[in-house]
Design a protein around this ligand. Structure first.
Ligand code: BES
Ligand code: ZN
Ligand code: ZN
Length: 478
């Protein structure tokens, strides 16, 4: 679906269908009332396609912004179903201006379809938005918001496309290629570290996790450095292009959607892409661990011990590979990225995060109260949900190993989402720990259902939330 905003009168725009917004039945004209009368109980809460009149009526009576966004998304899905090629509507409604951000997000995110393996031809749908405004400034302000929202939505759909791509078509070198492609954007650069360099740098865990895969692991360092940067932040991403669990093999259905295990890294690609295109004045470092967790006779085995920084880590479960990969990303950051203000990690880390909250929100964990509050605010604004979990003193000691410094996964599986974050804590310097917020996005990054403005499969979770956060950050004092 393509949206086109212009300053033209609605009458001067050619389109197959017109969308009519309404808030109450009373405000509709007589003829419309007659036509809709029979169906009114139905459209009271929804929209109505009048094929004879080539009009679509949509009820936007006071409902929450999120509900309205979902309604627009459902409308977009319906438009695709009926194979309508072009539509038009007026942005001014009852002398007020409609929320262009909501409409754009609903339509663009709702109309997303993953078509790589399902190439039945779909003709493009053009949606013309008429906004007749004499004041150039007013028009430009709305147009700016519209284009910004489009940029963000395109990044979300970009991430969805990648995460939905099957593991036989997407492995670590593909991620490196995609990251290098982003470095064509102004002020973005990218460096890819191969296994040989990773070993030399002492980043052993990524290489160990990758041992049984025919695809070599990569560590990808993406940088966006605008000249006027006010803050410097680091985004770490778990990029496990497929997670079989390794020798601690996953069972049947649990493995089916494990192409989703790269979603954290791809969210970071999406955030860097949108930030650079929007020229957000913040220096951003993306550090991605790209690796495939497979089985073979040379695989990492439970009982192996890996040297990670100053610590020896006993591998008790090869399916807890994400924390190993991310820990290497942290060690890389400690060594090669100078003083930063904040650090976030994005990972599909634990199934327990889904069990706890149902799968529609990520689990966030941080020791920084302000950071938590700010992220919660951005979550409320964008509708990308977060649920807070906390580490606590009594869980300390759970990671103890009898043969090494720590284990990667304790026998006691309670609180496994918190334990995952505690493992990562071990690799931060003390001061940096307070700059850190952890996103366990195993639930919302990939769902086998259509929900809100998200499709079946990958959602592109976290991009809208983080862009909102970064934009707010640019307005705050250091
Ligand atoms: N990639 C999985 C987590 C996951 C589960 C993502 C479901 C998306 C949907 C992760 O590597 C994993 O297997 N974690 C283990 C940790 C356990 C061994 C402590 C888990 O959640 O069972
Ligand atoms: Zn795993
Ligand atoms: Zn995993």
């Amino acid at each position: 679906m393509k949206l086109i905003l212009n300053n033209k009168n609605l009458q001067n725009i050619q389109a197959e269908y017109e969308i009519i917004f309404f808030k109450s039945y009373k405000n509709l004209d007589k003829n419309t009332k007659i036509i809709l009368n029979n169906d009114f109980s139905y459209i009271k809460n929804k929209f109505y396609f009048c094929f004879e009149r080539k009009k679509i009526y949509i009820n936007i009576k006071k409902i929450s912004k999120e509900d309205l966004k979902t309604r627009y998304a459902n409308l977009a899905r319906e438009i695709l179903k009926y194979k309508i090629n072009s539509l038009k509507f007026q942005l001014i409604f009852n002398k007020n201006i409609l929320d262009i951000q909501l409409i754009t997000e609903g339509l663009i995110l709702g109309s997303y379809e993953f078509r790589k393996y399902n190439k039945t031809s779909v003709s493009p749908v053009n949606v013309y938005i008429s906004y007749v405004e004499k004041s150039k400034d007013k028009f430009n302000n709305i147009n700016k918001l519209f284009l910004e929202t489009m940029t963000i939505c395109n990044s979300v759909n970009y991430a969805r496309d990648i995460v939905n791509t099957s593991p036989q078509n997407y492995y670590p070198s593909c991620m490196a290629k995609d990251a290098l492609e982003l470095s064509k954007i102004h002020n973005v650069s990218c460096k890819v570290y191969e296994e040989k360099s990773l070993k030399e740098m002492g980043l052993n865990a990524i290489v160990e996790v990758s041992k049984a895969s025919v695809h070599d692991a990569k560590l990808i360092h993406l940088q966006y450095k605008p000249r006027n940067a006010k803050f410097k932040i680091v985004l770490l991403g778990k990029g496990v292009t497929y997670d079989t669990g390794g020798l601690s093999l996953k069972r049947g259905d649990g493995m089916v959607s494990m192409k989703c295990d790269k979603a954290g890294a791809i969210t970071v690609l999406g955030i860097v892409k949108a930030s650079a295109q929007l020229k957000i004045p913040i220096e951003i470092h993306g550090v991605l661990g790209a690796v495939e967790n497979m089985i073979d006779s040379n695989a990492l085995v439970p009982g192996d011990i890996i040297k990670m920084g100053t610590k020896n880590v006993e591998i008790t479960n090869t399916d807890a590979e994400g924390r190993l990969v991310l820990a290497d990303c942290i060690l890389f950051t400690n060594k090669y990225i100078n003083k930063y203000d904040y650090i976030f990690d994005f990972a599909t880390l634990t199934g327990a995060s889904i069990n706890c909250f149902g799968g529609y929100s990520s689990v966030i964990i941080s020791k920084n109260e302000k950071l938590i509050k700010d992220i919660q605010k951005s979550s409320k604004k964008t509708g990308e949900l977060v649920s807070l979990m906390e580490q606590n003193r009594y869980l300390e000691g759970r990671l103890k190993s009898s043969v090494a410094d720590i284990v990667n996964s304790p026998k006691n599986k309670n609180a496994s989402s918190i334990i995952g974050s505690m493992f990562l804590s071990e690799f931060f310097n003390k001061d940096d720990r307070l700059k850190w917020l952890h996103f366990d996005m195993a639930g919302p990054s990939f769902r086998r259902e259509v929900w809100g403005c998200n499709p079946y499969g990958a959602s592109g979770y976290g991009i809208r939330l983080m862009i909102n956060y970064l934009k707010k950050l640019t307005k705050s004092e250091k």
